[in-house]
Ligand binder design. Structure first.
Ligand code: NI
Length: 195
């Protein structure tokens, strides 16, 4: 019994050493690949809640947040948008310099009018973006996000989706996921660093 354990341990150690060696051998190339393929964010073409065509360029020059969701979402989306509103509130007048982009994953139901009505309960710096199913799918892909329609009772459906809040710098480059589960003043102080 003990011999067998030792043998397994030996196999594990040799295996781990081989993996470590392979990792080091691949490191320069692997690093390059990470830099070129794991870009998050980029150009998009959507429509805001006022029916205006918007692109990433419209938000350049200031940091912006990107959050994917949908207006029929029972809890995750309203909670995130509420937390974001609180953080923008804590920013005071500086909130005018930032944008929170709420990109729908449900363009079928989330027309600009529906988005506008829904966002009336949140901070005005939060913009609701929608578009054709193809435009929305392209934006989801650009942010490496995930969204999937899930049928519910009858002909109804809900959406599974990524709940990350992306913090994008003023150059439009992804900085980090933003944690909204903190006191609003703390989030605001974080955002202020990127103004
Ligand atoms: Ni949601």
């Amino acid at each position: 019994m003990q011999r067998r354990v030792l043998l397994l341990l030996a196999i594990f150690v040799v295996g781990a050493a081989a993996i470590a060696a392979a990792t080091f051998a691949l490191l320069p190339g692997a690093q390059q690949r990470v830099a070129t393929t794991v870009a998050i964010g980029g150009p998009f073409q959507l429509v805001d809640q006022d029916g205006r065509k918007v692109t990433q360029g419209d938000y350049a020059g200031a940091p912006f947040l990107v959050f994917f969701g949908f207006t029929h979402c029972p809890d995750v989306c309203p909670t995130a948008l509420f937390d974001m509103s609180q953080a923008f509130e804590a920013l005071g007048p500086d909130a005018r310099k930032v944008a929170g982009l709420f990109i729908t994953v449900d363009p079928e139901r989330d027309t600009p009018e529906v988005m506008k009505n829904y966002l009336g309960s949140f901070h005005p710096s939060i913009r609701g973006l929608t578009g054709s199913p193809e435009e929305v799918a392209a934006a989801i892909k650009t942010y490496r996000a995930y969204a999937k329609k899930v049928p519910t009772q009858g002909s109804d459906y809900t959406m599974d989706h990524t709940a990350v809040v992306y913090l994008m710098g003023k150059d439009g480059v992804f900085v980090a996921p933003l944690n909204l589960k903190r006191p609003p003043a703390e989030v605001a102080a974080d955002l202020r660093k990127y103004l």
